[in-house]
Design a binder for this molecule. Structure first.
Ligand SMILES: *[C@@H]1O[C@H](CO)[C@@H](O)[C@H](O)[C@H]1NC(C)=O
Ligand SMILES: *[C@@H]1O[C@H](CO)[C@@H](O)[C@H](O)[C@H]1NC(C)=O
Length: 344
């Protein structure tokens, strides 16, 4: 199928049930810092890949740092979005025990560099108001140390793409043959990794000690089916979803894979199964831009209510590594970055 037709078909399929904004953000930095889980730690225990506003730093506490004010650029194509979005990285472990970072690429129809596709989903076509996040809001989904496949949060999964055109399209995220663990075989179109956050807010706390308790899932049904929020967390927020495309094609040589038939990929925190999938979100939209986008039912990356910068400008917004170290982009590493500090 022609690329344009495929993207249109995908959008139509999703739009049938969901109203969504989908846009690309280029890579801002790869760094071993985590202002949410390990504020002030330099370096933090494992490596992240980060996109968004360039005010991202190891100790960006709310009140001390306001991303739209402190940033001078954003790697997202919507130029009023200085939020930060981050996940762990994927590594390939060769038979000789060395690791190389699996590169990321832009999703279909987007022209950013590496990075992620970010979604803000209003939900089921309905009149229900969606409330934008407030300045200082942050949240975490998933658990880097999780080893239980049943505890992988809903909407978090892997898709083994058979070609770079993602054809045939495998349906909505985390349906069909998508898995909660790393794909077992070679994927000729790389992996699409989906990270989805819960959508019901307690209406009071911008964060919580585990960075999760201030958010919840619908009391019955799902966000996708229009399920209502529980009374403890009554405010319906947009569903934030990341898609990260990992180009695993350079690692498809069976001779490099473990002789015992196990799969050779690892999250940067040392998880070789995939159940430690997790993502971090730190809100940083300027003024009421995100609320306007929700209220006017913005779609994709060309919303009239928002300012869009060129792809080239988004790509130009990068940041130097704070924790200076070799992260295995061009060289084979004898251990994962920070392995000596890891608990797993
Ligand atoms: C990081 O942000 C804090 C405010 O939270 C600021 O005080 C500090 O100077 C920043 N550090 C760097 C390296 O920019
Ligand atoms: C380890 O294996 C990789 C992949 O086959 C290879 O490129 C690299 O040179 C090897 N490193 C050593 C030290 O043998």
């Amino acid at each position: 199928m022609h690329l344009k037709t495929l993207v249109a078909a995908t959008a139509v399929q999703l739009a049938a049930a969901q109203e969504l904004m989908r846009f690309g953000c280029s890579q801002l930095v790869f760094d071993r810092i985590d202002p949410l889980v390990n504020p002030g730690f330099l370096p933090s225990p494992h490596l992240h890949q980060v996109i968004g506003g360039n005010s991202f730093n190891a100790s960006m506490t709310h009140g001390a740092l306001d991303p739209p004010t402190a940033s001078t650029c954003t790697s997202c194509t919507y130029s009023e979005d200085f939020s930060n979005y981050w996940t762990a990285n994927i590594y390939f472990k060769a038979r000789n025990g060395t690791y190389k970072r699996v590169p990321q690429f832009a999703n279909l129809g987007l022209k950013v560099q590496g990075g992620m596709t970010v979604y803000y989903i209003r939900g089921y076509t309905s009149a229900a108001k969606v409330t934008a996040f407030k300045p200082g809001f942050r949240m975490l989904v998933g658990d880097p140390a999780n080893k239980d496949v049943k505890k992988v949060p809903s909407g978090n999964c892997y898709r083994c793409e058979s070609n770079m055109q993602q054809s045939p399209f495998g349906g909505a995220p985390c349906t069909g043959s998508d898995t909660k663990v790393f794909p077992k075989g070679q994927c000729n179109g790389g992996w699409r990794v989906t990270v989805t956050f819960p959508t019901c807010w307690d209406g009071k706390n911008l964060d919580s000690p585990d960075h999760k308790a201030h958010m919840a899932y619908p009391a019955s049904g799902t966000f996708e089916s229009g399920g209502a929020c529980p009374s403890s967390h009554p405010i319906k927020m947009p569903q934030v979803m990341y898609e990260i495309m990992f180009d695993t094609r350079a690692f498809n040589n069976k001779a490099d894979w473990p002789a015992d038939g196990s799969q050779p990929f690892y999250w940067s925190q040392g998880d070789g199964v995939g159940t430690g999938i997790h993502g971090d979100y730190l809100f940083g939209w300027k003024g009421d831009a995100l609320q306007k986008a929700m209220d006017t039912k913005c779609a994709n990356d060309n919303c009239k209510a928002l300012q869009r910068q060129t792809d080239a400008k988004a790509i130009a917004c990068t940041k130097g590594q704070t924790a200076r170290e070799d992260i295995g982009t061009d060289t084979w590493l004898t251990e994962l970055p920070g392995a000596s500090q890891m608990q797993m």
